[in-house]
Design a protein around this ligand. Structure first.
Ligand code: PBG
Length: 344
């Protein structure tokens, strides 16, 4: 009791505080909150990754990514049309390669008629106004699930880069607008840029997965493209160590020097500090990838009634903008675009 008395005497009491600054004044009404809002999410910020499979009229649910499906090319074209109508600027493709086509060298990556090349051609024919991005890496095509060539359990960097250049060229030939190397080999951006330029693809952009971490959050994606069971070991000799920050700046600097038009940080939410540092340091177009595991976490909680899924989706996407990202690759793209259009 004595302590309470003393505290009361020391405190200003129940009367009005004499405050010059009252930050809450700006938060009092919706009109005011909207006026002072520093960052907003718009449909222009979205890139939608799609999973493609063989067949037609086929939509296959992905257990660890509820709400996301693998689509046959005709269905993917339909979704691309929907994306264009919603105003989503770009989509990106990831193939589920038939297991019989996977081999140790990922040779299907160099097949001009592979799933991704056919998907790109079909979408560019039907929906020419939408941007199409394709991943460059060997993991959807290798029997061991790694992004590069392997000898005695070790990744062969330079030999892999030579294959990635070929992969980029056949994707460019198919009509892709953005080549996105996600393999994390050293020197691949420069080699791809040179290869594209020599072949006359000067206008094909490169979005480098510049700071890509060796992350547990890719689990559901590996499920989606069917590499999870196959993957031998982990990707720590090429993807970045989650303990590193300054190294991300070095990776970004190298990719920019080698000719990247834009850079990406991946995963997203656990690496907001990296997005912020990259944007501040380089001021170049910077993208975040809200990866499969981030999507799965929100969906799992939402589907259990543990949080409001729509709000968690929007809030997490807005966080990327606040951190400095110019855009986000997200499986939520159509859902959030529809919500934005409804003015929610
Ligand atoms: C592979 C690649 C991965 C993702 C995009 N490209 C997975 C990996 O590196 O194992 C992950 C995307 C996601 O989790 O949503 N080159």
């Amino acid at each position: 009791p004595l302590a309470i008395e003393t505290a009361r005497e020391a405190a200003p009491g129940a009367g009005p505080l004499s405050l010059t600054q009252r930050p809450r004044r700006n938060r009092k009404a919706d009109w005011s909150r909207r006026l002072v809002r520093e960052h907003t999410l718009t449909v222009d910020d979205l890139i939608w990754p799609l999973f493609v499979i063989e067949g037609s009229g086929r939509r296959e649910p992905i257990a660890s990514m509820p709400g996301v499906e693998r689509l046959s090319i005709d269905e993917a074209v339909r979704e691309a049309e929907r994306a264009a109508k919603l105003g989503i600027p770009a989509i990106s493709f990831f193939p589920y390669t038939e297991p019989s086509l996977r081999d140790p060298t990922g040779s299907e990556a160099l097949n001009r008629e592979n799933l991704v090349c056919r998907a790109v051609r079909a979408v560019k024919r039907a929906v020419p106004e939408i941007g199409v991005m394709t991943d460059v890496a060997l993991d959807p095509y290798t029997s061991h699930g790694h992004d590069g060539l392997i000898e005695d359990g070790a990744i062969l960097n330079d030999e892999t880069v030579a294959v990635l250049v070929e992969q980029s060229l056949i994707q460019a030939e198919a009509g892709t607008d953005i080549i996105a190397p996600s393999d994390m080999m050293d020197g691949r951006v420069g080699a791809i840029r040179t290869g594209l330029d020599r072949a006359g693809f000067r206008d094909v952009q490169i979005m480098a997965y510049a700071a890509k971490y060796a992350s547990a959050f890719y689990g559901p994606f590996r499920d989606a493209i069917g590499t999870k069971a196959a993957l031998v070991g982990d990707k720590r000799t090429y993807q970045m160590d989650p303990g590193n920050g300054a190294e991300a700046l070095r990776e970004v600097a190298l990719d920019l020097a080698e000719g990247a038009d834009s850079v990406m940080v991946k995963p997203g939410l656990p690496y907001l500090d990296i997005i912020s540092r990259v944007k501040t340091e380089f001021g170049v177009p910077t993208f975040a990838y809200q990866v499969s595991g981030e999507y799965a976490m929100i969906e799992a909680a939402a589907r259990n009634g543990w949080l409001d899924g729509d709000r968690a989706m929007t809030e997490s996407l807005l966080a990327f903008k606040r951190a400095g990202a110019d855009g986000v690759l997200t499986y939520y793209a159509p859902r959030v675009a529809e919500r934005l259009r409804a003015g929610a």
